[in-house]
Write a protein that binds this ligand. Structure first.
Ligand code: ATP
Length: 509
């Protein structure tokens, strides 16, 4: 086998097709036509997701002495969301098209004036994409040509609908119809899902599915302090589902309406060097992403400009990932001061303070919050790991292989055990014994169907780092070695059972 060569840039269509074909991710309620913004994780997807969660939990909670875990309820007292500001302010600006009934997030719907010889002659619009300005420019040129307007077209200036002046709104074409006059002015749309708790269906029973897990850590702060033998600085971490009624769920599982978050609130002294702590957490998160196999080349940092921060925020930095649809937020790391605890103290009447032995004074700790979505990490590892390659077989014939380069830490199957031939009982017996032994500790897969090359390809496509083949040398030569075939290099070597377990012990943690 020769060294594989990648054939093309990865496309979202290829990722979505692989997810469906191999049982990673399905559209929710597919047989009923699907439900936009909701997804189901199939047999391989659920393993991959669990591994991501487990790696995070082990590294974030179990392997540290300063962080403890929590699992708070999804539905909390409605006052939690008043105190946190979500009832009043967890909104996105919404624009409706009255003709097509399409809804848009105003900050994702762009427009530009078509200016010829200094005069505005009309407007064009486009949905946010990697090339919004280019698309608007093209549309402006087409507009001018179609209307046979003579003169010099000025370069377009893209603005989003939150910046549109009232008199401009009626002139901006809807992206659905291409005609002006049907878009509404932006209005605030609260993204929390409402539900009712108890038998009554009136306003007093309204509650919410949580839009983030973080409030659980603030609301239980005193419980953890009073029972957990924690000392500042310390963190409370939680993994769980969150729900947001996103106006435009899109890009597969990147923005969905039901998703999973891994969040941690790291409480520090009010006089602590928050800037250093913030920077340390940004680097910790970056290193963690590298440890599960994301390439450094796809990661970057984005600092939110001061003027766009909430008034209480000291700073927010996002770790961005280069997805096929553009560079987007993966992990937000926010320095939130003591805003959340103070809000809950105010709204509940229960002080959220810690006693400082040194100064003999009580104070409200400040917090650094790294918040990431499991689904966004999962999509990132799929996009970074996916490749279509051309490889040569033993006879020199070029063939295509699809491979998922997943880190052994998170790969859904760690090892595939393959007897070379299924009609040779001696090979099958050894393979089954090895399989039974491995599966006590690891997710392994036993496969005896089809030729060995095809079986390797099947494993490549689902990201299995190693295949172990039980062949004639296993039974004929003393020392019982197997063929270990490595996914990425496709190299093969002989390995003993003890060496195989040592390899797994080292790489799967
Ligand atoms: P965005 O700006 O992309 O909407 P956000 O800044 O509102 O995200 P946060 O409230 O900071 O996101 O949530 C923390 C993390 O949760 C995000 O960095 C992201 O990984 C994940 N997340 C947020 N919204 C969604 C969603 N709708 N679908 C999937 N993951 C999400």
């Amino acid at each position: 086998m020769s060294t594989p060569t990648a054939t093309a840039e990865v496309s979202m269509d290829a990722i979505v097709a692989l997810c469906k074909r191999r049982g990673f991710i399905f559209q929710s309620s597919e047989i009923y036509g699907g439900l936009n913004g909701f997804f189901d994780y199939g047999p391989l997807g659920v393993e991959l997701k669990k591994n991501i969660r487990d790696c995070w939990w082990n590294d974030m909670v179990r392997r540290r002495d300063d962080i403890v875990g929590l699992e708070s309820s999804i539905i909390m007292h409605p006052k939690v969301w008043e105190a946190s500001g979500h009832v009043a302010g967890f909104t996105d600006p919404l624009v409706d098209c009255k003709v097509s009934k399409q809804r848009y997030r105003a900050d994702q719907l762009f427009f530009a004036a078509v200016i010829v010889d200094g005069q505005t002659v009309g407007y064009v619009s486009a949905l946010e994409s990697e090339n919004t300005a280019g698309e608007l420019q093209e549309k402006a040129e087409t507009f001018k040509r179609k209307k046979a307007i003579q003169g010099q077209l000025a370069p377009v200036v893209a603005k989003d609908m939150t910046e549109a002046k009232p008199e401009e709104i009626a002139l901006i074409p809807s992206p659905a119809t291409g005609e002006p006059g049907s878009l509404t002015p932006p209005r605030s749309f609260n993204m929390m899902f409402e539900t009712y708790v108890g038998a009554l269906r009136d306003a007093s029973a309204i509650s919410y599915l949580r839009p983030e897990t973080a409030q659980g850590m603030f609301v239980d702060f005193k419980n953890v302090v009073d029972t957990g033998r924690v000392k500042l600085p310390f963190g409370i971490a939680q993994i769980g589902k969150s729900f947001r009624n996103e106006i435009t769920p899109r890009n597969f599982i990147f923005r969905s309406r039901e998703f999973e978050q891994m969040e941690m609130e790291y409480f520090i002294h009010e006089d602590a060097d928050w800037d250093k702590c913030h920077k340390d957490w940004i680097e910790w998160c970056r290193q963690w992403l590298l440890s599960i196999g994301l390439p450094e080349s796809h990661l970057s940092l984005y600092s939110h400009p001061k003027e766009k921060l909430a008034f209480y925020s000291k700073g927010t930095v996002d770790i961005m990932f280069k997805y096929p649809f553009g560079v987007q937020e993966l992990w937000g790391i926010a320095a939130r001061g003591n805003y959340d605890l103070e809000q809950h103290a105010k709204h509940s009447g229960v002080p959220q303070v810690i006693f400082d032995e040194a100064t003999k004074k009580k104070f409200t700790p400040h917090v650094i919050e790294p918040a990431v979505g499991v689904d966004r990490i999962l999509l990132a590892v799929l996009c970074a790991g996916y490749a279509e390659e051309e490889v040569k077989d033993e006879k020199g014939n070029v063939e295509k292989r699809t491979v998922l380069r997943l880190s052994p830490r998170i790969a859904p199957v760690k090892v595939a055990v393959l007897p070379l031939l299924k009609n040779k009982p001696e090979l099958v017996a050894i393979a089954q014994k090895l399989h039974a032994k491995l599966k006590r500790k690891y997710a392994v897969f036993y496969d005896e169907g089809g030729n060995i090359g095809r079986r390797y390809r099947r494993q490549d496509e689902i990201g299995t780092p190693w295949c172990v083949t039980i062949d004639f040398e296993t039974i004929e030569k003393p020392g019982a070695t197997f063929t270990l075939r490595e996914r990425d290099s496709m190299q093969q070597k002989r390995i003993t059972e003890a060496e195989l377990f040592a390899l797994l012990e080292e790489q799967v943690y």
